[in-house]
Design a protein around this ligand. Structure first.
Ligand code: GAR
Length: 213
């Protein structure tokens, strides 16, 4: 059993809060839809709600409190890397998912885990990158928005796009109602993207991602 687990890809999930995307990925793994071992969930906030969910699902958790690393981004990320390594989530045998992780990751971390870090963003990138994407979409008056799973590169939400899903924005939508609509699509595409990665169906050429069937 031990050997079998070691051969499987090792997954590390980074969260800051609610953890509903993390939960959607962990549930899909539990249902055996994704061949990956959920090695660790790391939070930068000691009170993140997602920590209790991860524990309940039997996944190891770690907290690296961002309050102790003000202005020390690289040092913070070195700590993340050392925790990931402790759980065997290495650049060769691992995948890191940012799931509502509200920190910008350092170039050092991105270079080490090149094309091994995924992020979910609540907008159709390249529209509305950065914070409060749903609010930006409502303010701009778009008729459609949605969500994007992409590889993380050195820019803010600029990495190669893996999957996107759209939702219709109605006149009555508020930031809250739009966020809810988008979130239910996020819960579909993030586990799907992790599955594609785990099954080695993703090919990256430059900034283009090709999905093999
Ligand atoms: C999700 O909507 C995710 O797309 C967003 O934060 C929320 C986290 O929810 N991420 C970003 O805005 C990143 N720029 P969750 O903790 O329930 O998964």
């Amino acid at each position: 059993m031990r050997n079998k687990i070691q051969l499987l890809l090792q997954l590390g999930i980074l969260i800051s809060g609610r953890g509903s995307n993390m939960e959607s990925i962990l549930s899909a793994i539990k249902k055996r839809k994704i061949p990956i071992n959920p090695a660790v969930v790391i939070s930068d906030k000691p009170n993140a709600k997602g920590l209790a969910i991860a524990k309940k699902l039997g996944v190891q958790t770690e907290i690296i409190d961002s309050a102790n690393y003000k202005g020390k981004r690289q040092q913070y990320d070195k700590e993340i890397i050392s925790i990931l390594r402790k759980y065997k989530v290495t650049p060769t045998n691992g995948l890191v998912c940012l799931a509502g992780f509200m920190r910008i990751v350092s170039p050092h971390f991105i270079k080490k885990y090149k094309n091994k870090i995924l992020n979910i963003h609540p907008a159709i990138l390249p529209a509305f990158p950065g914070l409060n994407a749903q609010k930006q979409a409502i303010r701009f008056g778009v008729k459609f928005s949605g969500c994007t799973v992409h590889f993380v590169d050195e820019g803010v939400d600029t990495g190669p796009i893996i999957l996107q899903e759209i939702v219709k924005v109605s006149n009555r939508d508020t930031e809250k109602t739009l966020s809810k609509k988008i979130l239910s699509k996020e819960h579909q595409i993030y586990p799907k993207a992790v599955e594609l990665f785990a099954r080695k169906k993703i090919l990256i050429k430059g900034r283009k991602v090709k999905i093999q069937d």
